[in-house]
Design a protein around this ligand. Structure first.
Ligand SMILES: [Zn+2]
Length: 206
């Protein structure tokens, strides 16, 4: 009886290793969690008929649609118009443990309509701060090279950034309160372009 248990245990260990060890020549997979901000009862920023929760969901869906690389495995904190609280988002981050979390948001200010451009945020005190900074810089450079206005990297203690144990970047894609930004944030073609730039970046960090 004891012997059979030992054999079973050895077999189980062997099977675990067979799954855990990548086969020779197997391409490296990268897991990315796309976190579309807001959803459901939480609209995020609103300007007339435009809602942040819909823009972030549209761009998340486009990233999925444009990703043709089988080695890039995408995960989502939500795939529909559902309310997902911050704790659930953090739980997804720290359970899936992806190589990168990209949180999609849209900015808004009622003080200065002229305020515009993309902003990237990371948390300096988070577990994977240095990787987050490197990814944020690389991704923001890609947008800048495509002609988007991008601010210097910003540091913040947002709840999801602080609590995440994996590299995490919050992208504020532009200001819904600004006419020029609003035009590209809500346009089908420029949303496609944004999703394409993200997908190209993911290929490069693979
Ligand atoms: Zn937001």
């Amino acid at each position: 009886m004891k012997k059979s248990i030992r054999i079973f245990a050895l077999l189980a260990i062997g099977i675990c290793f067979a799954f855990a060890l990548p086969k020779k020549g197997e391409p490296k997979k990268i897991n990315v969690l796309i976190d579309a901000g807001h959803g459901g009862k939480d609209y995020g920023a609103v300007h007339n008929a435009f809602r942040e929760k819909e823009i972030t969901n549209q761009i998340a869906a486009k990233i999925m649609a444009v990703n043709s690389d089988k080695e890039i495995v995408l995960h989502f904190t939500r795939e529909e118009d559902a309310f997902v609280d911050l704790n659930e988002r953090v739980e997804a981050m720290n359970t899936i443990k992806p190589d990168l979390v990209l949180s999609l948001h849209v900015n808004y200010t009622n003080k200065e309509e002229s305020r515009s451009g993309m902003e990237f945020f990371v948390c300096k005190d988070a577990k994977e701060a240095s990787k987050s900074i490197a990814y944020a810089n690389k991704l923001s450079d890609k947008f800048e090279n495509k002609g988007y206005k991008v601010a210097e990297l910003k540091y913040a203690n947002f709840y999801t950034l602080k609590k995440s144990e994996v590299p995490t970047v919050v992208m504020e894609l532009g200001y819904l309160s600004n006419e020029i930004d609003r035009a590209y944030l809500t346009n089908n073609k420029t949303q496609d372009e944004i999703a394409g730039i993200v997908a190209d970046f993911l290929k490069e960090i693979k």
